[in-house]
Design a protein around this ligand. Structure first.
Ligand code: FDA
Length: 307
């Protein structure tokens, strides 16, 4: 029951101001968002890659309100990519981007987001890596898929995310399960109405398995974005049944969640990519992590009263 309430709060400016100003917030936020600047995040990139993990980097931010903020988002990614060039990690460190941070919801937003994200994709390709477009709420997805298709003309390795809770996703998965495509499948983290999305966990899990089967049996590169132990075991089985080798799919999990499982899968020889978020505009990302697990909220509230 708590999840939808927290997700509603994640879109409230009043709650944003309240929570961002709370003195204890930072230590809880750090678990999921371990830095604010490129300088903070580079030691973490070095540490995780030295442990055999791969990364996808997210500069936190979304729902911006001016074109200048969209340009600043583009520049933040370009700064990171510039620093990654020196580390020579190639595709071990890719980028995840939210198009709303690149201006998608502003006037002329589709073109603006495309214009802002393209230089990031170009810069990533120049250092031997790639970009994945995150999936946001369902109203943004037609534009996201169109931008994905446009970027893939020149950069076919550009990835995208699909969300198992949406009714549309089985059809999207069939379209995307083609040679050369990289698709991350997640359960879905936004508050979606019953007209477009499954509401029950067991329905979402069942849809996840159906869609994963489509991706595994297809010709693209599936990226399994989940911490759910059952789905991870099923993914291994489906990959085996589809005759995929260990480097023909990968697991992805979020920084700060089930860290020992990241290492276990990597030690088994799997490609394991950690979605690592950093930056100052962490509110929306942080609230979605609270909504996913009520125990996180209890911990957060306890640390507020114990200060
Ligand atoms: P589930 O929620 O059932 O969790 C399984 C287990 O994992 C839990 O029992 C718990 O142990 C642990 N766990 C999960 N979430 C936790 C948390 N917040 N704190 C502590 N423990 C937790 N969504 C989206 O809509 N668009 C996107 O682009 C992305 N991108 C993305 C990238 C990657 C790499 C991942 C892993 C996830 C996303 N998501 C996302 C989020 C996704 O939709 C979903 O909300 C979370 O992954 C939680 O779902 P699980 O599959 O982990 O299962």
């Amino acid at each position: 029951m708590l999840g939808p309430v927290i997700l509603a709060a994640s879109r409230s400016d009043r709650m944003r101001r309240l929570i961002s100003a709370a003195p204890v917030t930072k230590q809880v936020v750090d678990r999921f968002i371990p830095g604010e600047t490129v300088r903070d995040i580079v030691p973490i990139i070095k540490d995780l890659t030295a442990k055999g993990l791969e990364l996808t980097m997210d500069v936190v931010g979304e729902d911006i309100t001016t074109p200048e903020q969209a340009t600043a988002a583009r520049d933040a990614y370009l700064e990171l990519i510039d620093r990654l060039r020196d580390l020579e990690l190639g595709e071990k460190v890719e980028m995840s981007v939210k198009l709303s941070m690149f201006g998608q919801a502003l006037e002329g937003g589709h073109e603006l987001a495309l214009a802002n994200v393209r230089p990031v994709v170009v810069a990533a390709a120049a250092i031997g890596t790639t970009v994945t477009l995150d999936a946001e709420d369902h109203t943004t997805l037609d534009s996201m898929f169109a931008i994905h298709e446009e970027l893939r003309r020149d950069f076919p390795q550009t990835g995208c995310v699909i969300q198992a809770y949406l009714f549309r996703t089985e059809a999207d998965a069939r379209r995307l399960a083609a040679a050369g495509s990289r698709v991350r499948l997640v359960k879905g983290a936004y508050k979606e109405p019953a007209e477009v999305a499954f509401q029950q966990k067991h329905e979402i899990d069942k849809a996840y398995v159906r869609i994963l089967k489509t991706l595994m049996e297809g010709e693209g590169y599936p990226m399994i974005g989940s911490h759910d132990p059952r789905l991870i075991a099923i993914a291994q089985e489906l990959a085996h049944q589809a005759g995929r080798k260990l480097d023909e799919y990968e697991f992805q999990m979020l920084y700060g969640i089930r860290g020992e499982e990241h290492l276990r899968l990597a030690a088994e020889g799997h490609r394991m990519r950690v979605y690592t978020a950093y930056g100052t505009d962490w509110y929306g990302y942080f609230m979605r992590r609270l909504a996913e697990k009520p125990a996180n909220l209890r911990f957060f509230l306890r640390s507020m009263v114990s200060k």
